[in-house]
Design a binder for this molecule. Structure first.
Ligand code: ADP
Ligand code: MG
Ligand code: ZN
Length: 475
């Protein structure tokens, strides 16, 4: 018999906010040492009350708008009760009764074409802490830095029909969320529960599903899905086992899933409205102001670059990193040609990064410094290879480009190659002055000298210029 694969995804994404979702502790990127980012509120101490982080709400709205969701007007937080050492309050604050976004959709493209995946809902919740099992033997440590970091959970309808569609969906979420500044989606900041079932081709009923919990590596997600599909089909075809609904975990060493627990229903969590948090009213005006503040998608940015004359390969590389696009746009705002700026970033910066074993994502150069370097070269204050030397020092050691070229003597004063090039250009462009000189009007030399000095923005050694100019005039 032929089987159809049915998959639904629950994806947790940590939001990039300066502070946690219900207290003023730093958000997830601020953490350095274990437990250096905790307070009585996120540690569940008695008497402390949560206050909702407005920025987190706005990032959740942005995610909802990106996924074509309806943004609910009346939104509440609820308590999900369970005990585990990584959850100091013994309940998680989440949204059960009135989630922030519902009824969305997203297109995913694989080599087999484009399909639309329904989004059931997006809800906000707080993350749990981290248990560290392997640092000391017989001891588990707990790190509460991650407790109360804001999350959104995006729940799809059971609309995926292959692992390729799941991966395409996750890649799209990651690219769009990173570009929009919703989340960096680094390893561990985006985690999925994958629900899988199979059914005879043509059937409209859903089969028994299993849920693989807490997966963050895309490669592992693909392997786990393929394993589960095969297991489900075997169970149907050859009665190898009786499928039961339940949660499983993927073991990446053994390359198979193992059962975790079978029964766990909503009732077990005793969901109830959190009386400590006010409902949030999200009116149309608020939604529209969030929409207006949103940046374009990577695809739209690519289109813009193509229309302005960049190559597809250049645009594709740039849109992987929003901050690189921002850097390039800053160069253009400051009068640098788009193509020229793109070359400085994609060729010159890249070659420095490559030498350091880094990628474009690691590029940390201020627009001001890059503009200074590009202009130093453009104005012939330094030649191009000196420009690259300065760039390298700025990327590696964040030196000041002006102070650096002066200190290293990289200016064009005695750069005979550059001076020669400019002398030839000025002679070619001023045949009349050359004729005057040949007819004995020595004043013409002064005029040509002035033109050369202007091209060099005053950065040429007058003796060297005179020497080279005389040589060319007497040829
Ligand atoms: P629960 O409340 O038990 O978590 P939901 O209806 O919220 O169940 O579904 C959770 C996820 O499982 C959703 O992404 C949904 O699309 C998916 N799902 C539900 N039933 C199936 C099924 N039979 N096969 C595959 N995925 C399913
Ligand atoms: Mg679930
Ligand atoms: Zn706190």
């Amino acid at each position: 018999m032929k089987y159809e694969v049915v998959i639904g995804l629950e994806t947790h994404v940590e939001l990039d906010t300066k502070s946690k979702i219900f207290c003023s502790c730093g958000g997830h990127s601020e953490h350095v040492e274990p437990n250096d980012c905790v307070c009585p509120a996120c540690c569940g101490m008695p008497g402390m009350l949560p206050v909702t982080n407005k920025k987190a709400v706005e990032k959740a709205i942005m995610a909802g708008l990106m996924l074509n969701c309806k943004i609910n007007e009346y939104v509440t937080f609820d308590k999900k009760s369970y005990y585990y050492p990584d959850l100091p309050g013994a309940y998680q604050i989440t949204q059960w009764f009135h989630p922030i976004c519902v009824e969305g959709s997203v297109e995913v493209t694989t080599k087999d074409g484009t399909r639309t995946i329904g989004i059931k809902q997006i809800h906000m919740e707080e993350d749990a802490g981290k248990l560290v099992h392997d640092e000391w033997s017989d001891t588990t440590l707990v790190d509460y830095n991650r407790t109360s970091v804001p999350l959104i959970e995006i729940v799809t309808k059971p609309d995926f029909r292959s692992s390729a569609e799941v991966l395409a969906y996750l890649e799209t979420l990651k690219a769009n969320f990173r570009f929009a500044g919703i989340s960096e989606c680094e390893e561990g900041a985006m985690r999925c529960d994958v629900n899988i079932s199979v059914r005879p081709q043509g059937s409209t009923e859903l089969g028994v599903r299993t849920e693989i919990k807490n997966m963050s590596s895309f490669a592992a997600i693909e392997k786990a899905i393929e394993f589960e599909i095969a297991r489900h089909i075997d169970a149907n075809e050859r009665q190898t086992e009786v499928l039961v609904q339940g949660t499983r975990r993927w073991d990446d060493d053994k390359k198979r899933t193992f059962p975790m627990r079978n029964k766990e229903t909503a009732a077990d969590y005793r969901y109830f409205p959190d009386p400590n948090l006010m409902p949030i009213i999200i009116d149309e005006k608020w939604v529209e102001s969030v929409r207006a503040s949103m940046y374009m998608t990577p695809q739209e940015k690519k289109q813009e670059y193509l229309e302005k004359g960049l190559l597809e390969s250049e645009a594709d590389t740039l849109i992987v990193e929003r901050k690189v696009c921002d850097l390039l746009d800053k160069l253009v705002e400051n009068g640098i040609d788009l193509k020229e700026g793109a070359t400085w970033i994609l060729t010159d910066c890249m070659s420095v990064l490559r030498r350091l074993g880094k990628t474009l994502a690691d590029l940390k150069i201020s627009a001001e410094k890059l503009i200074t370097i590009i202009n130093l070269v453009k104005e012939n204050t330094v030649n191009r290879s000196a420009g690259k030397k300065i760039l390298s020092a700025v990327i590696e050691k964040d030196v000041d480009p002006i102070a650096y070229y002066k200190e290293q003597g990289l200016d064009s004063q005695g750069d005979t190659g550059l001076i020669e090039q400019i002398v030839r250009k000025v002679i070619d462009n001023n045949p009349n002055a050359v004729k005057d000189y040949k007819e004995g009007k020595t004043k013409a030399v002064g005029f040509l000298f002035g033109m050369i000095m202007r091209e060099l923005r005053g950065n040429g050694d007058p003796q060297v210029i005179n020497q080279i100019l005389t040589k060319y005039l007497n040829q």
